[in-house]
Design a binder for this molecule. Structure first.
Ligand code: SF4
Ligand code: SF4
Length: 84
């Protein structure tokens, strides 16, 4: 998901502004690092990862960017990054 929003919300009282920043993240797969063990596929609660032979993919529509897969990857091949 690629988006960055800065929302200024004027308060009805006292002329204050509340700033809400929403940063979308995305899962990045470092395929040159991946060892194709399949551990990330097993722990993904959304079934967003698929490993076919030696090709790991993530469905960005299904991924909720929870980071579980990145935390358990033994090779550090997955990283959640802020979308640019
Ligand atoms: S856990 Fe890491 S090394 Fe294993 S398949 Fe997933 S990304 Fe690759
Ligand atoms: S970040 Fe969460 S939802 Fe997305 S692929 Fe990893 S474990 Fe699945």
């Amino acid at each position: 998901m690629n988006a960055f929003f800065l929302i200024l919300c004027p308060s009805l009282k006292e002329g204050l502004y509340f700033v809400m920043i929403i940063v979308f993240r995305m899962l990045v797969i470092k395929r040159e690092v991946c060892g194709y063990c399949g551990a990330c596929v097993s722990v993904c609660p959304e079934g967003a990862l698929e490993l076919v032979d030696t090709y790991l993919t993530v469905d960005p529509e299904t991924c909720i960017e929870c980071g579980i897969c990145a935390r358990i990857c033994p090779l550090g091949a997955l990283e959640l990054k802020n979308a640019e």
